[in-house]
Write a protein that binds this ligand. Structure first.
Ligand SMILES: CC(=O)SCCNC(=O)CCNC(=O)[C@H](O)C(C)(C)COP(=O)(O)OP(=O)(O)OC[C@H]1O[C@@H](n2cnc3c(N)ncnc32)[C@H](O)[C@@H]1OP(=O)(O)O
Length: 125
């Protein structure tokens, strides 16, 4: 968790984000995770990057309205044009300290140029 020190996204889960049962909608969380991975990918590749694949998505626990939701992400692997990014989301009751992992997934992003074609990522040392 060392590389998950700071969240890439932190928001409050709101009533508009709920499913038919009153808990937070999985698609909302997935969208947050994709956005978080997109921030990590754009920063690492220093430019445009898009989602090409999503693996190992798991919803561990429900999120409730009013919870603080924090998305953490870190580069796991870098290829010629692609980046593999580990993403985890945590909930925290807004008035308590305990954090609980609610989702995890591995996103693959491809760095693209202005024409939308894969571009080579300059590797960091
Ligand atoms: C449809 C949507 O709106 S989804 C949301 C946003 N995402 C998008 O719009 C992306 C839509 N997809 C695309 O535009 C194209 O697929 C592109 C530009 C991202 C990639 O073009 P492709 O011709 O498919 O790429 P190509 O086959 O050269 O592969 C590019 C890299 O992705 C990797 N890759 C391809 N498919 C996968 C996969 N299923 N899982 C993991 N990595 C993959 C390749 O290994 C390659 O990595 P490397 O260069 O590091 O070795």
């Amino acid at each position: 968790m060392d590389d998950f020190r700071d969240p890439v996204i932190r928001v409050t889960a709101m009533p508009a984000d709920t499913n038919a049962y009153g808990d937070i909608f999985g698609g909302w969380l997935l969208s947050l995770m994709d956005s978080g991975a997109g921030l990590v990918a754009a920063r690492y590749s220093r430019g445009r990057a898009v989602t090409i694949a999503l693996d190992g998505m798991k919803f561990h626990k429900p999120v409730k309205v009013g919870d603080e939701v924090s998305v953490y992400g870190a580069i796991r692997k870098v290829g010629r044009t692609s980046m593999t990014i580990g993403i985890e989301a945590y909930r925290r009751h807004r008035a308590e300290e305990e954090r609980v992992k609610v989702t995890e997934a591995i996103f693959t992003f491809v760095a693209i140029d202005d024409a939308g074609l894969p571009r080579v990522i300059e590797q960091e040392d």
